[in-house]
Design a protein around this ligand. Structure first.
Ligand SMILES: [Zn+2]
Length: 141
């Protein structure tokens, strides 16, 4: 089992993730960060098929395409991200109960402090058997 304690994310991918979250505001949105080891090198922005401000579900066709593309690139799914338009950057009870990927980092982008603009708060977590543990996110150029 891969143990990842942090994630490194190139700034252009980080910015694309924030933009995707801002564009979906006031609804939640989601996506996948893929790469090797702890280094993210690709982002897949997804449609939230629930069209909801309090929950998300990845479009299954988009997810299937992303997984196929990851295999072709020899990448693994390092993180699943989603936005919290009006709550903190911390997993909700529902997020914890639906966290099926133990080796995957859950990245949460909170837009609550700024009304969807300016500086979002972004945190990463490992969620295993109901336990939530913070992981560091390093953003680089
Ligand atoms: Zn959530």
């Amino acid at each position: 089992m891969a143990v990842v304690n942090y994630l490194t994310i190139p700034k252009h991918i980080f910015d694309e993730m924030l933009l995707h979250c801002k564009e979906a505001y006031p609804n939640e949105t989601c996506g996948i960060l893929a790469g090797k080891g702890d280094e993210v090198s690709k982002i897949y922005t997804m449609t939230n098929t629930e069209n909801s401000p309090v929950s998300y579900f990845m479009d299954s066709k988009e997810q299937f395409k992303a997984i196929k593309n990851m295999r072709e690139n020899n990448h693994t799914m390092l993180a699943i991200f989603h936005s919290h338009p009006s709550s903190p950057a911390y997993p909700s009870a529902k997020d914890v109960s639906l966290a099926f990927y133990e080796d995957c980092i859950y990245v949460i982008v909170s837009l609550s402090a700024s009304g969807g603009k300016e500086q979002p708060e972004v945190n990463g977590f490992l969620i295993r058997e109901g336990n939530v543990r913070s992981v560091s996110l390093f953003i680089h150029d």
